[in-house]
Design a protein around this ligand. Structure first.
Ligand SMILES: [Zn+2]
Length: 432
């Protein structure tokens, strides 16, 4: 373990530490951020009202729009001069979400990312091939500094140029690959086309995050790359990657409770849920200086577990996030997450694990077309494609309950991920 004392801290001690840090965080937010002061006053709560961890439920929730409304620096609790770095989300609509870090925040981030990588099985002497995008996105620099903090040799390759990535992975003998799962799949495929067998390479671990992915995709990546594929979780509003990570038990992600408080709420009623119930993950930062986040709504749907873990870590486990509230599609009254469709497609005989969901509107009805690819060796004729499409349609209907159209394309026709995969093409507005 990277930090055994912290990672195995007994529950009572961990809870006491959380309470102490939570009080300080609420106090700092109330004093230094006008947004929080106004929201707390509206809700009729003061930082002093918190006497137990459960009291957090009395405090107002924060969401992405609060960051946008206070663009760019309105949510910061420190003077701008104390910020050492800024990151921002691209923001598909409206203004980007801006986050910032003090020196201490950056140190904590490196520390937690190092802790995460070690819990996933990375070792100080490993070579880490970092294919997360560098820049305003937190993935690249987050993994970079974490790996350096752990004592690894970092190859800061960033995204894109997949053939070169395969050569570097092989030539340098990387042990750990950091990327989005969809980009890892792209790397695996290009490696196969180049005749480079990465399963024979020293590559041992994939540290994958920044997008939801299914267990079926995990098994596929593990088989194709000869690795253990580990899930790492984070979001820039809270810190970036390293908020939580799987341990080698691969049974949920340990959320680092000495720095964050995790809750789940009912996304409709916004009421807190008992431990173990499925709901929206809400996170409060406990040590962030520049950007304290009070009860941030992540939109990720999951459940939390306090059951003891085989690895000996005492920190809570966040069960793998397979869907985001934002990603949920409602097709003819049925709720569907893209990752559910992925589970059906990955490993389907004759079908490659590349897919895109195209949404169109036919009169008042929403229609989902699943574009998939046949594997290179399937070589189906037109009639064969129609039969294969019917088979896939039937499986999606029986496993997820949604009726969709399936189109089987030729190998290479579905766009490949260069970072974050675009799983859904929404053409409903275009079609009117
Ligand atoms: Zn564990």
């Amino acid at each position: 373990m990277f930090d055994r004392a912290a990672e195995t801290m007994p529950r009572a001690q961990l809870a006491a530490l959380q309470l102490e840090r939570l009080k300080k965080t609420l106090d700092r937010a109330y004093r230094a951020v006008p947004h929080y002061r106004a929201r707390f006053d509206e809700a009729g709560v003061k930082p002093d009202d918190l006497t137990s961890l459960a009291d957090i439920a009395r405090f107002p929730l924060t969401q992405k729009t609060d960051l946008r409304d206070n663009y760019p620096f309105g949510m910061f609790a420190v003077p701008r001069e104390e910020l050492l770095r800024i990151h921002a989300s691209s923001g598909t609509t409206g203004k980007p979400t801006v986050v910032g870090y003090t020196k201490h925040d950056l140190e904590t981030w490196s520390e937690l990312m190092a802790r995460s990588m070690a819990s996933a099985g990375a070792l100080p002497d490993d070579i880490v091939h970092n294919a997360y995008g560098y820049g305003l996105f937190t993935g690249g620099l987050g993994a970079h500094y974490g790996a350096e903090r752990l004592g690894c040799t970092v190859v800061p390759v960033s995204g894109g140029g997949t053939e070169r990535q395969v050569s570097l992975l092989k030539d340098f003998g990387a042990n750990v690959l950091c990327s989005t799962p969809s980009y890892a799949l792209n790397i695996a495929e290009v490696a196969e086309q180049m005749g480079a067998d990465l399963r024979q390479a020293p590559l041992r671990i994939g540290l994958f995050g920044a997008e939801p992915w299914s267990d079926a995709m995990r098994r596929d990546l593990e088989a194709r790359l000869g690795i253990r594929a580990m899930d790492v979780y984070g979001l820039s509003e809270i810190m970036g990657p390293g908020v939580a990570c799987e341990c080698t038990a691969q049974n949920g992600l340990h959320g680092w409770e000495d720095h964050f408080l995790f809750e789940t709420i009912d996304p409709e009623t916004l009421q807190p849920l008992p431990r173990g119930a499925v709901g929206e993950l809400v996170i409060t930062t406990l040590t962030k200086e520049a950007l304290p986040m009070i009860r941030y709504r992540t939109r990720d749907i999951t459940r939390l577990s306090n059951e003891p873990c085989a690895c000996g870590r005492s920190h809570i486990r966040i069960m793998r996030v397979t869907g985001r509230d934002d990603d949920m599609l409602i097709i003819r009254g049925v709720n569907v997450y893209p990752s559910q469709v992925e589970s059906v497609l990955v490993g389907f005989p004759g079908i490659a694990p590349h897919y895109q969901l195209v949404l169109t509107r036919d009169k008042a009805l929403d229609t989902m077309t699943v574009e998939v690819e046949m594997t290179p060796d399937a070589s189906l004729d037109d009639a064969g494609r129609v039969r294969k499409a019917a088979e896939v349609t039937h499986h999606i209907k029986s496993l997820i309950g949604v009726t969709c159209k399936v189109v089987v394309k030729s190998p290479g026709e579905v766009p490949r991920s260069q970072g974050k995969a675009v799983r859904v093409k929404d053409q409903r507005a275009v079609a009117g």
